[in-house]
Design a protein around this ligand. Structure first.
Ligand SMILES: [Zn+2]
Length: 222
């Protein structure tokens, strides 16, 4: 599912290059987003695709359409919505795309980073994150990328995860009722906020991870 590559530097030394993580978006995966607002009898104004398809809506969430072919250059700062969502739902490793759960313990290894983690006040054992799990085998490689990305990180195992929110592009209707992007990206909307969900195009699923236990032994350092 992932590819490795080597590069030759100026001295002719062959160096292994980092794998492109499963969850990273590629340049050839963008899809046209033709949106409108409809006025539904009971729920009121709601953002929809012009030509709705199965899979656009997950519960009350409108999910951004993307291709899933891993073609083109990696977009290191962007996650592919389809793969990010699948990793969260199926508990797949964000680096290799394989099952992340430890078959022996049933617990899920998880790296949290300051940029993709939110504490829950009054609940020290849980948190909210948009970063999918990372399997034990991929954790050392993944941690080695954190300093390059200038993010701090911690390693945990967790007992379970529950969908809790989305990160979304937000839209509002113009005078003619057509959707206009408000400029808000990665806007946090709880799944219990229907009045915001109706204006949101989700790009990532946020889950609540529960029973977090520190797992420094998985980091591969003594
Ligand atoms: Zn992995």
């Amino acid at each position: 599912m992932t590819s490795t590559a080597t590069s030759t530097d100026m001295t002719g030394t062959v160096e292994p290059r980092l794998r492109v993580p499963f969850v990273i978006a590629h340049a050839g995966e963008s899809a046209p987003q033709s949106l409108s607002f409809v006025n539904k009898p009971f729920s009121g104004l709601r953002l929809v695709y012009d030509n709705p398809r199965r899979g656009d809506e997950v519960g009350r969430v409108l999910r951004a359409r993307v291709l899933n072919n891993r073609r083109g250059e990696p977009q290191w700062k962007l996650l592919n919505t389809a793969r990010q969502w699948r990793c969260m739902e199926k508990l797949l490793c964000q680096v290799c795309g394989r099952v992340a759960t430890d078959p022996k313990t049933g617990r899920i290894p998880w790296i949290t980073t300051a940029t993709a983690f939110r504490e829950i006040p009054g609940d020290a054992d849980s948190g909210l994150t948009s970063a999918p799990p990372t399997c034990a085998a991929c954790i050392p490689e993944s941690l080695s990328m954190c300093p390059r990305l200038h993010v701090s990180s911690a390693v945990w195992t967790v007992a379970r995860r529950e969908p809790a929110a989305i990160l979304a592009d937000m839209y509002s209707p113009d005078l003619n009722g057509r959707p206009v992007h408000t400029g808000e990206r990665n806007f946090f909307v709880g799944l219990d906020e229907p009045d915001l969900l109706r204006y949101a195009l989700a790009t990532q699923l946020v889950v609540r991870i529960e029973d977090m236990q520190p797992a420094p032994h998985l980091a591969g350092t003594p």
